[in-house]
Write a protein that binds this ligand. Structure first.
Ligand code: NAP
Length: 282
């Protein structure tokens, strides 16, 4: 361990948390940038969230990422929240500022869009309608990101239609709620298809979706990264669609957190990707 004046501290708050690959990624960056510090998995029970958040400054944390189930609840304990996070109704990153105040941001939409652009530079959100499946926290970030990129129509499919309707009420008329049983019809003319449900994740059933009506030039993205390639991505690629997995969404929101906490922009490199992939394949 390097000995110097300052030991940088950051982490990720969730419940449970030990499955998170964020510590692997951020500790790789600390090492790569030759910095003295540690990024920790912080298992925080929902009933202890306020105490944990209020302790960050006293403990010397620069900040934390926030994951399930705290992204919404944590907002009430923050001193300032940026407009993007307010619009999304969720915070994914907290900066424990030197003046003792807590500032919240949401970097998920940036990570989602940056990942698609990195893997498919020619992709344009405004090429045609998008179909997003899911209306939870991840889907909010996906829809927000697509709207910022200029998509004019999002067909929003969700098992609980009222959640899709709530998102349409908040985000505006570009969001068209679609009932779960109509999800395959929504694929006609779709240029960007995104799975933002937990279906297809390790331990969960697959997303049942026939792709017959999906145009072959549509991009298919999944925000799930465990497994690295979901059945949806495999199926889409087999029929000639471009597939984009969710690992890059995780990687590309990281640098924004670092800029806030440490004033440094770490690099998303093939080496980092290989490290995370190896851990996910283990
Ligand atoms: P969430 O808020 O709990 O939302 C879950 C979504 O999945 C809801 O739309 C839910 O529908 C739907 N769903 C769950 N089980 C279903 C089933 N059996 N049939 C139909 N729909 C079902 O979770 P989230 O935070 O959005 O996360 C969703 C996934 O995205 C997770 O796998 C998470 O790990 C991943 N994620 C990845 C990143 C990344 O950086 N790559 C970031 C965020 C999330 P209802 O509304 O009907 O319950």
């Amino acid at each position: 361990m390097k000995i110097d004046q300052r030991f940088l501290l950051a982490g990720v708050i969730g419940w449970p948390i030990m499955h998170s690959r964020s510590p692997l990624m951020h500790n790789h960056w600390l090492e790569e940038n030759n910095l003295n510090g540690r990024y920790l998995p912080l298992a925080v029970e929902p009933s202890k969230l306020e105490k944990a958040i209020r302790g960050l400054n006293a403990l010397g944390f620069s900040g934390v990422n926030v994951t399930i189930p705290h992204k919404q609840n944590v907002m009430q304990y923050l001193d300032e929240i940026d407009p993007t996070a307010l619009a999304m109704g969720a915070v994914s990153c907290i900066h424990a500022r030197e003046d003792g105040s807590l500032f919240g941001k949401n970097n998920d939409a940036h990570g989602f869009i940056r990942n698609i652009k990195a893997q498919s530079p020619e992709w344009r959100a405004n090429a045609g309608p998008a179909t997003v499946i899911g209306a939870g926290g991840g889907a909010r970030a996906v829809c927000y990101g697509l709207l910022q990129e200029g998509v004019t129509e999002i067909r929003l499919v969700n098992r609980s239609i009222e959640k899709a309707q709530a998102l349409a009420d908040q985000f505006g008329s570009a969001i068209k709620p679609v009932a779960w049983q109509d999800r395959e019809n929504a694929l006609q003319g779709t240029k960007t298809l995104v799975n933002a449900t937990s279906l297809g994740m390790v331990g969960q059933p697959a997303l049942e979706l026939r792709l017959d009506d999906l145009p072959q030039d549509a991009l298919v993205a999944d925000i799930i990264y465990a497994p690295l390639e979901t059945e949806l991505i495999k199926k889409a690629m087999l029929r000639g669609n471009q597939g984009v997995g969710g690992l890059g969404m995780l990687m590309h929101q990281g640098p924004l957190a670092w800029e806030l906490w440490f004033g440094i922009t770490p690099s998303v490199t093939p080496k980092l990707q290989a490290l995370l992939e190896k851990s996910l394949q283990a």
